[in-house]
Structures are given as structure tokens and as C-alpha cells.
Design a protein around this ligand. Structure first.
Ligand code: Z5A
Length: 208
């Protein structure tokens, strides 16, 4: 495997999609045709159907372990069909959320046993882990205020502030556990300031 795998993480509305697109433009200028954007849950036709099941409010209550199995099912297909072939071709893969989200949402948010998440991570991914993770961090109030302007909330956006605080805490715990991989970026600032910090990070990695 010769490519580079970058994931963007954080609670809702912190600006992941905005910053993934900025990083794509920046990296594509240096590596034309050598960068892809993808997302989770999703990234393949199967994954996008699973995403709909997970996000639709009319799906009703989903048990935490069921939710975890669904995201890992989508992830397996995504890894096989998109991520590994792209990395094998030497590409830079930018992924809007990956397995840290499972530790944060299903583990931290829903209370699923972290050992269970780890076991599925090993089964589904083998040794595949991101080379770099950009954790966009902000208080839940910040992200949710941005999302509110977007309209009808999905199944997650309808959760309580306590839920998002637990998710954020788990993300920060993961950053403390994997300081070489996970870089915490203050996402409460202006989008351009956030982009500047991520650009510096990508330059430091020799990617642009
Ligand atoms: N999920 C899970 O439970 N387990 C898993 O393993 C995985 C996922 C992989 C789908 O995520 C859901 O799946 C997610 C967790 C769960 N929960 N939800 N909902 P998603 O990534 O599709 O949904 P999201 O978190 O809501 O992401 P988003 O809507 O794409 O938000 P974002 O990417 O972080 O933000 P954005 O779209 O870039 O920006 C939101 C708005 O804020 C927009 O109007 C921007 O113009 C604005 N913005 C962006 N940056 C700024 C700054 N810096 N200042 C001011 N305004 C800004």
C-alpha cells in the first residue's frame, strides 16, 4: 500500500465537509487526479443505502449494537471497493468520518462496550488505520447552532446535548490515546483559520 489515508472527524456541524473539500482542492493542485473524497457511512452504493437506514428518523429506535453492526457493514464494503484499491493505486484518500466515529458515537454516545468496537475494527479492517486524523473540535452548542440553519434534523441531530458531550469527550480521549495520528483543531474559529491550520499540517506531512 503506497497511498495516504486521511480522516476528518468531529461532532455535527464542526465543518468536516467544508474542510475535506478545502483539503481536496489544495492536495489536488499538487497531485492532479491523485486524491479522492469519500465518506462514512456511505462511499459505495451499498454503504449509501445503509447510511439512509442509519440516518432516517422514520427508521425508529435502533439498538446501539445494531447501529454499530450497520456502520461496520458499510465500512467493510467501502474498504474493499474504494479505500484499499485507491491506496494501492498510490492515491490520497480523504474520508469524512471513519472508525473513530464508531468509538465516539456508538461507544461514547450509545454506551456500546469499547472492546466490542475494537474487535469489529480488527475483523473488518485488518491492519488498516488512518495515517492522519483531523479532529475538528468544538462545543456541541457551536456545531448544533450551525446545523439548525440547515433544516430538518436527522436521527442523530435530534439527540440531546448530553449525548453530543459524551461523543465529544470520547473523541478527545482518542486524541489523547493516539497523539501521533490524531490532531485536534479548534473548529470554533472562522473557517479560513481552520483551513490554514490544516494546510500547515498537510505541509508538515510533505503532502503539499
Ligand atoms: N456515524 C456513527 O454514528 N458512527 C459511525 O461510525 C459513523 C457515523 C461513520 C452521519 O454523519 C452520521 O453518522 C453522524 C454520526 C453517524 N451523525 N450525524 N448526524 P455526517 O458526517 O453525514 O453528518 P454530520 O456530522 O451532521 O456532518 P455534516 O452535516 O456534514 O456537518 P459537518 O461536515 O461537520 O459541517 P459542514 O457541513 O462543513 O458545515 C455545517 C455548516 O456550518 C455549513 O453551513 C457550513 O457552511 C458552516 N460552517 C462550516 N465551518 C464553519 C466555521 N468554521 N464557522 C462558521 N460556519 C461554518
Amino acid at each position: 500500500m503506497t497511498g495516504f489515508f486521511i480522516t476528518f472527524e468531529g461532532i455535527e456541524g464542526v465543518g468536516k465537509t467544508t474542510q475535506v473539500e478545502k483539503a481536496f482542492d489544495l492536495l489536488s493542485a499538487r497531485h492532479p487526479g491523485g486524491v479522492i473524497i469519500t465518506r462514512e457511512p456511505g462511499g459505495t452504493p451499498t454503504g449509501e443505502v445503509i447510511r439512509d437506514i442509519i440516518l432516517q428518523k422514520d427508521t425508529g429506535r435502533i439498538d446501539g449494537i445494531t447501529e454499530m453492526l450497520l456502520v461496520f457493514a458499510a465500512r467493510r464494503q467501502h474498504i474493499q471497493d474504494v479505500i484499499l484499491p485507491s491506496l494501492d493505486a498510490g492515491m490520497i484518500v480523504l474520508c469524512d468520518r471513519f472508525t473513530d466515529a464508531t468509538f465516539a458515537y456508538q461507544g461514547g454516545g450509545r454506551g456500546v462496550d469499547e472492546q466490542l468496537v475494537s474487535r469489529l475494527q480488527d475483523m473488518v479492517q485488518g491492519r488498516l488505520r488512518p495515517d492522519l486524523t483531523v479532529l475538528l473540535d468544538a462545543a456541541p452548542e457551536v456545531g448544533l447552532a450551525r446545523m439548525r440553519e440547515r433544516g430538518a434534523p436527522d436521527r442523530f441531530e435530534a439527540e440531546t446535548m448530553n449525548f453530543f458531550q459524551r461523543v465529544r469527550n470520547k473523541y478527545l480521549e482518542l486524541a489523547g490515546r493516539y497523539p501521533e495520528r490524531v490532531h485536534v483543531v479548534d473548529a470554533a474559529r472562522e473557517a479560513d483559520d481552520v483551513t490554514r491550520e490544516i494546510t500547515a499540517l498537510l505541509e508538515a506531512k510533505g503532502l503539499c
